[in-house]
Design a protein around this ligand. Structure first.
Ligand SMILES: [Zn+2]
Ligand SMILES: [Zn+2]
Length: 322
């Protein structure tokens, strides 16, 4: 795989750009596909019947953090950008963890994200706040009929794994299996430890629906907020920003201007003070020998960034809904 050269000033990750494929833009809302997405949000309100308990919140924190790692380390840094290597078995573990966040399959996610890097903040970027409007960038694009298809032309390297193709077609099995496991755990806890005040339905609402909804908007915020608000260290030619508080709550994904400057770095917090929880997790996995060949930013990119302190940009004067 080609990587950005150390001295390259451009931002586009051309390594996976397919040839002669016209870009697609959103065209019409597919309400049928939008029903599960909207239903997950609505199901959060079922807490008025199930109630909430400390144990449900604790289990919800675990399901949120592990699935976030599946998205950030797995879907994004491994499948999209191939920033480290691992075994085929652990590759599937990452794919399953990411799929359990109910954000479609790994090939769908990677295809759209590679296209985003190629077309960032142009009219061909389906989730650019400047090109498509803020709400479309945040979540409207996933309801678009044009964006339901897996962009297989962007992921030829991933297509050769039949288990990934299978999971991409059957991605809904991962969140369903998680829901079944949480229900069983809640029923068991309710019977074995009634003083905890939980049951199967409560764990499904809190640890599945609440955490899945939170994961949706944390992921989407990287596309919307981190392309509009924050500071720019690098002139990447797009609107990507570093947004420190978003980086804290998205396990490092908020260092988005860094990421657009050098997408093939596993580390998105380029300097020691840029907290990147996903990076720390990958370091631990590398110590255990589960992942290897972890790529960092090119030294020249670090030197370039160190000499150019982040500049804060005011939000553009567009209306907030665009
Ligand atoms: Zn971006
Ligand atoms: Zn990326």
């Amino acid at each position: 795989m080609a990587t950005s050269s150390a001295g390259e000033r451009g931002h586009r990750d051309r390594a996976f750009a397919p040839q002669d494929v016209p870009p697609e833009t959103g065209d019409g809302i597919d309400w049928l596909c939008g029903i599960p997405f909207l239903a997950v949000h609505a199901a959060c309100l079922a807490v008025v019947w199930t109630g909430v308990s400390p144990i449900a919140l604790a289990v919800g924190a675990v399901t949120l953090l592990t699935r976030m790692f599946g998205l950030t380390a797995g879907y994004h840094r491994y499948f999209c950008h191939r920033t480290f290597r691992t075994t085929r078995a652990f590759q599937f573990v990452l794919a399953w963890l990411g799929a359990s966040a109910a954000q479609m399959g790994p090939l769908w996610w990677a295809g759209h994200h590679r296209s985003h890097h190629r077309h960032s903040d142009t009219g061909d970027d389906v989730h650019s706040p400047s090109a498509q409007g803020f709400l479309t960038a945040h979540f409207g694009w996933i309801l678009s009929r044009a964006n339901q298809r897996t962009k297989t032309e962007w992921v030829p390297d991933l297509l050769r794994f039949p288990e990934l193709r299978w999971l991409d077609c059957n991605h809904y099995l991962a969140p369903l299996a998680l829901g079944a496991a949480l229900f069983a755990l809640g029923e068991w806890l309710g019977a074995a430890r009634p003083e905890l005040g939980t049951d199967g339905a409560q764990l499904v609402v809190v640890a599945l629906f609440w955490s899945t909804t939170a994961l949706y908007h944390l992921t989407f915020a990287v596309n919307s907020l981190a392309h509009r608000y924050g500071s720019r260290r690098y002139d990447t030619g797009d609107d990507s920003r570093n947004l420190w508080w978003l980086a804290l709550i998205t396990a490092g994904e908020g260092w988005h201007n860094n990421h657009h400057r050098y997408p093939t770095s596993e580390r998105q917090g380029f300097y020691w003070w840029e907290c990147d929880l996903t990076h720390y997790g990958i370091v631990v996995l590398s110590w255990l020998g589960i992942v290897w060949d972890v790529r960092g930013p090119a030294p020249t990119v670090l030197v370039e960034g160190a000499g150019r302190p982040s500049r804060t940009h005011r939000a553009p004067s567009r209306p907030a809904w665009r």
